[in-house]
Design a protein around this ligand. Structure first.
Ligand SMILES: C[S@@+](CC[C@H](N)C(=O)[O-])C[C@H]1O[C@@H](n2cnc3c(N)ncnc32)[C@H](O)[C@@H]1O
Length: 378
């Protein structure tokens, strides 16, 4: 059976998720993905839901459209919602959580909408569900999330198939200061245009996210292979088909890996990064070292520097940061001539201090700040 699906993305990452869905054969083209649309619509079978969750590196979660109908009154909402096949996604006794958004609709009270939907589920299943409160970051074992959007009286109900957000690959248990979301780190590597063969270097690696995502990408290790998903608790979960999918994807993993170098001046960050890489199964691909950016030793043949130096006021004072970026620019010109450089930063002034001529490749959000990935040929 073909389902209507939606890959939810962080703003700015839509084109990358669309490209990935295209690669999986789940959409025909990727050029229509609008930045800021917060996701990509596509269609697929239950098996495709498993594939999307296992393979997508830049999406946050995969929703399945359970139903869509007009409702002006609570009576209508409950009646129409009770006709939906809730039993396909709700295992008996599994707690649920609603995330409801109402816009330009007669029914505007999110809490009351959730309450009527819980009643509709009880009508359909013969038992009242256990409803919990919504918390964006529900950790590793969240209850079944139901996403509801009422816009112009049209009620769209989505069932989350992912569970914990997809950036939670399961490897990053140790963190350093200001870690990047894995989805954004992967999008940076893709946006930088890394060829997956040349050297990739991150001289401000913190907990190692960029280097680890690059290694996972180059080795074709599926990002979701070591975690659980919400669909595994659905009543019709086909564990045999999932196990086969997993085994097939493991056969695709390549033994070799290009040279990936990651360094940071903070010894604690390097310890955390090395432990994360070990858990991710890519420790043998990444050379970690504790050193300042001035002491990096890149190989002579050009590669890619993809990095996320400090930029927030919470990390360092502005003047120090300007000096750091000026120093970074100097190091790039002296040690990485001909290399591609891609730098994530929230401030045009800071990036300007590096003294290189950058283009913007990607605009996104990180830790509540607008950030951009600026790239250039050194
Ligand atoms: C924004 S964090 C990087 C976070 C990283 N992308 C992650 O996902 O964990 C910036 C890092 O730059 C490091 N750093 C600051 N000044 C440095 C310098 N002069 N040389 C090398 N590393 C430096 C900090 O220790 C910090 O780990």
């Amino acid at each position: 059976m073909t389902e209507k699906l939606f890959a939810v993305c962080s703003p700015g990452l839509e084109p990358f998720a669309a490209q990935e869905l295209h690669g999986l054969g789940l959409i025909c083209g990727s050029s229509f993905a609008r930045s800021g649309s917060r996701g990509i619509e596509f269609e697929g079978s239950l098996h495709d839901i498993y594939r999307a969750n296992l393979h997508l590196r830049t999406a946050d979660r995969i929703l399945i459209r359970l139903g869509e109908f007009y409702a002006n009154t609570f009576v209508e909402l409950r009646r129409k919602a009770s006709r939906l096949p809730w039993e396909n996604a709700l295992a008996p006794g599994r707690p649920i959580v609603f995330r409801v958004a109402c816009e330009k609709s007669r029914l505007y009270h999110a809490g009351a909408v959730a309450q009527r939907l819980a009643e509709a589920i009880a009508d359909r299943l013969g038992k009242a569900p256990r409803v919990q409160k919504f918390d964006e970051d529900m950790g590793a074992g969240p209850p079944q999330l139901i996403v509801v959007r009422l816009a112009d009286d049209l009620c769209a109900i989505g069932i989350d198939s992912s569970g914990a957000l997809l950036h939670r690959r399961g490897y990053r248990l140790a963190t350093a200061k200001a870690p990047l979301k894995e989805t954004l780190a992967c999008a940076m590597v893709k946006a930088a245009g890394w060829d997956e063969r040349s050297t990739l270097l991150d001289p401000f690696c913190g907990s190692g996210t960029i280097a680890i995502e690059a290694a996972l990408l180059a080795k074709r290790i599926p990002p979701g292979h070591a975690r659980r998903f919400a669909f595994m608790d659905w009543p019709h979960f086909d564990s045999e088909s999932w196990e086969k999918l997993l085994a097939d994807s493991h056969r695709e993993i390549s033994a070799g890996c290009p040279k990936i170098m990651a360094s940071d001046r903070d010894a604690g960050a390097i310890r955390a990064a090395a432990a994360n890489a070990e858990r991710a199964g890519v420790a043998d691909c990444i050379e970690f070292s504790c050193r300042t950016v001035s002491a990096i030793e890149p190989p002579p043949s050009p590669g890619w520097v993809v990095t996320n130096p400090p930029y927030g006021v919470r990390l360092k004072k502005r003047d120090d940061l300007r000096n750091l970026y000026a120093q970074f620019g100097k190091v790039l010109r002296a040690k990485c001539p001909g290399w591609h450089a891609a730098v994530l930063c929230s401030s045009i002034q800071l990036i300007g201090s590096a003294g290189l001529k950058f283009d913007t490749e990607l605009s996104a959000m990180n830790g509540g700040l607008n950030v951009r990935l600026s790239s250039c040929r050194v």
